[in-house]
Design a protein around this ligand. Sequence first.
Ligand SMILES: Cc1cc2nc3c(=O)[nH]c(=O)nc-3n(C[C@H](O)[C@H](O)[C@H](O)COP(=O)(O)O)c2cc1C
Length: 362
Amino acid sequence: MSKIFTPFNLKHFELKNRLIRSATTSYWSDEDGVLRQPILDYYERLVAGGLGFIIKGHSYVMESGKAHTGQSGLTNEKHIPKMKELTKIVHSQEVPIIAQINHAGYSSKADRITASAFETDDLQAREATIDDIELVIDSFANAAELAIQADFDGVQIHGAHGYLLSQFLSDNVNKRTDDYGGTLENRARLLFDVFKAIKKRIGNGPIVAIKMNCDDFASHGGITISESVQIANWLDEKGIDLIEISGGGPKQDRSIRKVRAKPDENSPYYEANFAGHAEKIRKGIPSVPLALVDGIRNETAMEAILSNNLADLISLSKPLIIEPDFPNRLKRGQSSSKCIDCRRCLSPDVFGKQMLKCNQLD
Ligand SMILES: Cc1cc2nc3c(=O)[nH]c(=O)nc-3n(C[C@H](O)[C@H](O)[C@H](O)COP(=O)(O)O)c2cc1C
């Protein structure tokens, strides 16, 4: 029997199926980080399309931690009314939704901070002081509180993709000699402090999830699979509700990314780019709900991921840009996503310059 369309209990929420929307920025909020109408319209189509659970695209927790033009914010009351409209749309179909919250660190638009002074050809960032760190922690908790005020069912901490928390985790960026640097436990301290502050602020009712790297895919250093298993274990002990397995951190080498986390070549879920690493994470933390993202396109792969107990939830981003109703299409017998991974939805020509859409055929 198909597992894709079986329900799943996440905390006290019953998800109607295993297909979830991975955080995907619409890059079309106004200059104050307030959602514009086309974003609400898009979520209306998404939620009508049969998903079991939605993670909203990342919102910045501090103005100075904003990642890009058009990013939504969760920094003060002005963000709440439109966010509330969005959660109302999603809840009208009885689908739970959480807000992803983020600080971009050295990729921020202004006053760039990161774990240790960092420089590339394109940017310069200063080392965060303890005051900066305390402000970051408080800002994550504040953003979580605002998300709950806007009726989100919880939050997802963005701990992946080379943003601030991922920068602190990486020994390629983090050279600190205080409590926030050195050992893996110290490099993970900012993430754990953020988690603790959020729990303290919003309590145990809402979902607190994380998107984390299984691997930074750096040629030297950075988070590797043994460290990510350890981090996932610590998060389990601390009471994380859901771990979404992603990958790619500071100093990522895309050629390594293509191979290092892949499962066996003959595996039915070979297309799932991080499935090989997910097998190890699942073994290390069998009881925490897991979602797996990246490259999953075919029903056969989804089914195999679920029936082999690699993950509980199938997380999708680009397939829902080209077909917001992809879950319903799968249910009706379509076997695969139409997304060809051209990545034109991420091209600088469109990113932050128009509402998110699939540009595959343009
Ligand atoms: C247009 C676009 C926007 C994205 N925005 C976010 C985001 O806000 N937060 C995040 O964690 N990942 C973001 N991602 C990454 C996706 O969530 C996902 O991890 C990645 O696209 C791989 O999944 P896929 O193969 O299903 O597309 C974005 C991806 C795309 C294509």
